[in-house]
Design a protein. Structure first.
Length: 249
């Protein structure tokens, strides 16, 4: 489900024996998100879990509300972010950047390799630090589809590492992890899914090359690039990167 305004994409995975939601967006549009989920679930009133890719407000701000509307769903996030969400920390979640409060949110810890069996598909957690130390992705191993949160904000925009908890070398390492999965579809934080193994590889390699260049440049982005706005989780290249994939040979 495409994000609204500043909201990150929310990905609903519906199997024959259950459903999970990956990321929720801010608390601003949570009623609209609820309506969209109801329309997709078609009579099912429970989400087995809400799986969060990170602590950022634009990914998790609406999680507590949505959980309360779908059977008190368990909310999962990497353990390092649990206390920040529990206390409604507006600093490390980035809610303060949106002049907003972060709703206190009770979570369960997720670990790399943890799985949710939805009957005809399995969702598995992948540790993907970089934008935050608690970064997670979730993928369907049989279908080779992954939702990766702010690790890939957009096809044409690389992730920031200068926000609280960010780490540039971890971003590069996480790109390598995703390349090894040979994905057929990658769902970024914003915008359309990237479809086709060669297209996904092309995008990941472009982001990886950028991070490696920045590592060699003492950890800094190119000097001529504009500074991101306080609410943005990504950099914007001075010369636009392609928003349509030109596949590698």
């Amino acid at each position: 489900m495409p994000g609204i305004h500043h909201d990150a994409n929310a990905t609903l995975v519906v199997g024959s024996q259950g459903a999970v939601l990956i990321d929720v967006g801010t608390s601003w549009y949570q009623l609209l998100i609820q309506e969209r989920i109801v329309g997709q679930l078609k009579g099912v009133e429970v989400l087995d879990a809400i799986l969060l890719t990170c602590r950022r407000f634009n990914h998790c701000g609406g999680a507590d509300f949505i959980a309360s509307k779908f059977g008190e769903s368990e909310i999962f996030i990497e353990a390092g972010a649990a206390s920040a969400l529990a206390m409604g920390d507006f600093a490390s979640t980035g809610a303060g950047r949106f002049d907003s409060d972060m709703p206190p949110t009770t979570t369960e810890s997720v670990v790399d390799g943890q799985q949710w069996n939805l009957g005809d598909c399995i969702v598995e957690a992948i540790s993907l630090p970089g934008h935050t130390g608690d970064g997670m992705g979730y993928w369907l191993p049989d279908q080779k589809i992954a939702a990766v949160g702010p690790l890939i904000p957009r096809m044409e925009n690389p992730s920031r590492w200068d926000m609280m908890g960010g780490n540039l070398p971890d971003l590069a390492d996480s790109m390598e992890i995703l390349l090894d999965l040979e994905l057929e579809m990658l769902i970024p934080a914003y915008g359309d899914a990237i479809v086709g193994q060669r297209s996904v590889r092309t995008v990941l390699n472009r982001h990886l090359a950028f991070f490696e260049e920045c590592i060699s440049n003492d950890g800094s982005p190119p000097e001529h690039w504009a500074r991101p706005s306080q609410m943005s989780t990504y950099h914007t290249p001075r010369t636009a990167w392609p928003s349509v994939v030109v596949e590698e040979e």
